[in-house]
Design a protein around this ligand. Structure first.
Ligand code: ZN
Length: 431
């Protein structure tokens, strides 16, 4: 017993002593602008990770998502999977981080790719979402291997592409190729920035639908000779306001979604286009007089685990049918663009139990269990990989993701690295 505690203390001390290394690794990751879209520098970041993890005894494989959405010779979708085998048979714990970041945007007061350190924080695009989490997981694994060289099973670390654009050239591709098969991987932690004392069990579902209303083109001075597709869409919008929005507000979920306003079904009108296309910048001419013959709208519906995706689809079709009953010549077609089933790992799953225990021991408090309003790569691990024992746990404040002056706290990274390392102790050593 005493010996075990001494070992854990040595593990935590080793992580604390690696602070400079952790900061430098995070900076090096931030220095590579892996902006997606379009998907820049994926190969460079995989090479950096491969060099680092090979030195630490991992066997590294680089996998390009040939044929996946977006994969081209100009923007190849590279992924890395690194594996370290323990001394004895046992289970495999996998840490999955996406390496892509969103575009910089306006409003920065620091260089977004310099990795500047100020007041205990590292600044940069991707610092919190999620290069800081990736670096913390690497330090956690390296130090665990150093202190517990005789561990059971295996550890994997992956750096994957395209999470910010759906993950098709990343985790989805790898899951299709069998990398997340429960035969070879038993536990997955995704170090997304959910705060060091929270465990994210999953996410709500998504259904993106494009609706197109059809009309008839005519001269704008004689609209009665045409049929205005934008007016038809106006009727759809009104039905959304009067019937769908109020009903969604009443669909509450038992999922612990944060922020709390997302603890229900929601709907966003993503875009609407009708009539003439927008003129290019610099065009100074007048528009022409036309009755628009088509109008398109994209709806982003987020649904809860209590709802069935077929009911969500049906709800929209019924609404369009209803609009059609009160309008002559109403014609609307729909196209489904994207869908994701809600995912929520059981609270008594082994990975949840291990990380909960580690948080209690490291931070002296019970974790909060949360669910994300939007999806992340857990969807592919769950649905394609059929691996249910998966959570998101990592340092950083979610609200900073995608913002200007994004940062990660160094102490938060150290604390969550210790939680990750303690979780490895309970999953991969004899208790
Ligand atoms: Zn992320």
């Amino acid at each position: 017993m005493i010996h075990k505690e001494v070992q854990i203390d040595r593990l935590c001390a080793a992580i604390d002593n690696a602070e400079a290394d952790l900061v430098e690794l995070t900076q090096k990751l931030i220095n590579i602008p892996t902006i997606n879209p379009p998907a820049k520098n994926y190969r460079e970041i995989c090479d950096l990770l491969s060099a680092r993890l090979s030195r630490s005894g991992f066997k590294c494989e680089l996998v390009r998502a040939h044929g996946a959405v977006g994969d081209t010779d100009r923007y190849p979708r590279w992924n890395i999977i690194a594996r370290h085998e323990g001394k004895h048979t046992g289970q495999c714990v996998h840490f999955n981080s996406h390496t892509d970041v969103v575009d910089v945007g306006e409003g920065w007061t620091v260089d977004p790719f310099a990795g500047e350190v100020k007041d205990g924080k590292i600044y940069g695009r991707g610092a919190c979402d999620m290069k800081g989490g990736l670096a913390a997981s690497i330090i956690a694994c390296e130090k665990f291997i150093q202190i517990y060289p005789d561990y059971n099973g295996a550890i994997e670390i992956s750096g994957t592409a395209d999470e910010e654009s759906g993950g098709f050239g990343g985790v989805a591709y790898l899951a299709e190729q069998g990398w997340f098969n429960p035969e070879r991987v038993q536990h997955v932690i995704i170090p997304e920035p959910l705060n060091k004392d929270r465990i994210c069990l999953g996410h709500r579902g998504v259904l993106w639908t494009e609706i197109e209303t059809h009309g008839h083109i005519a001269h704008g001075s004689m609209p009665f000779q045409g049929d205005c597709a934008v007016r038809h869409m106006g009727a759809v919008l009104e039905a959304l306001e009067h019937s769908l929005y109020p009903s969604l507000a009443n669909k509450k979920t038992a999922m612990p979604v944060v922020p709390e306003q997302a603890r229900q079904s929601t709907l966003n009108i993503n875009s609407i286009h009708g009539g003439l296309t927008e003129p290019e910048d610099g065009y100074t001419g007048m528009p022409s007089a036309l009755v628009p013959d088509r109008c398109r709208m994209v709806l982003d519906r987020r649904f809860i685990i209590e709802e069935d995706i077929d009911d969500v689809r049906q709800e929209l079709q019924s609404l369009l049918l209803e609009v059609g009953q009160s309008r002559k010549k109403f014609k609307a077609t729909t196209k489904e663009l994207f869908s994701v089933i809600p995912s929520m790992t059981n609270k008594d799953a082994p990975i949840v139990t291990a990380v909960t225990k580690a948080i209690v021991e490291q931070l002296g408090k019970e974790p909060d269990f949360v669910v994300s309003p939007g999806t992340y790569d857990q969807k592919h691990i769950d649905r394609i990989g059929r691996l249910k024992n998966c959570i998101a746990y990592g340092p950083g404040i979610l609200d900073l993701a995608h913002q200007p002056d994004e940062y990660i706290g160094i102490q938060d990274m150290l604390d969550s690295a210790k939680v990750m390392a303690r979780s490895l102790v309970s999953l991969l050593t004899d208790k």
